[in-house]
Ligand binder design. Sequence first.
Ligand code: ZN
Length: 297
Amino acid sequence: MDALLTLSSPGLRLAATLAAAGLGALWGSFLNVCIVRIPRGMSVVRPASHCFACGKRVWARDNIPILSYLLLRGRCRHCGARFSPRYALVEAVAAALAALIFWTFVVDAPGEPLGVRAARFATYFAFAAVLLVLSFIDLDTKRLPDVITLPAIGVFFLAGFAVHDVSWSERAIGAAAGYLLVRIVADGYYYATGREGLGLGDGKLLAIMGALFGWKAIPAIVLLASLAGILVSVPVLVLRRRREAAAVPAVSPPPVAPVSIRKAEVPFGPFLAASALAYLFLGKLAWAALMRVLTGE
Ligand SMILES: [Zn+2]
């Protein structure tokens, strides 16, 4: 039992990490349901999964994460309708995150009490799952539903007590600072241009991150997300512009207004989410490296 609890043998560590990946994939199936149903105001429990084309129920044995998608080649067993590869993608990402979180916070955490390790795995996986769901909903609808973000701020603030990493005051300030930062930028942008730039949903998303990681995480996450946002959205804009130009027949006048950065509306939620995950895995290392550079040691 001791060997099991401390994961002393390499084989045991690998087996436990694979089990965590399997658990992550199963949760990934449920996250797919959340991504599709929550924006439509539907229940995530009922009805059971069914084909959107023929309405037939998906059998339990055709509902094995990733594997079923590969075996059935992404098609409905009954009518052959194609399912989006995104279902399998979400399951695979959830599996990978669960394995990575398990490895980082349970296996590779010598000296930490078992309870703390378990709390960190549960909290950080739940956090990653919420980010995954919000990112895909943001890509689909350009919205981050309050029904997810508002409860999550409270839940992850409370989970912070079990994680034992950052003081409650830093987390309370983090939640407030995350929301206010986006609010100030969004209001400033609105007064300056008369247009909505940033959504307040992004502020609530940043508040979730501050509530779990504390205020010190906010600048790092925002900076990283902005850089990633610029790196990705500029090529997207260029491509879109080129496609629009190509779509215009040669005889008609050239398109009047080129797509501007402001109107692009690339959802910012996925960039914040990816940056928060990078912070989860690398934040401590990056902070330690920065301190070493600053103190010259
Ligand atoms: Zn079908």
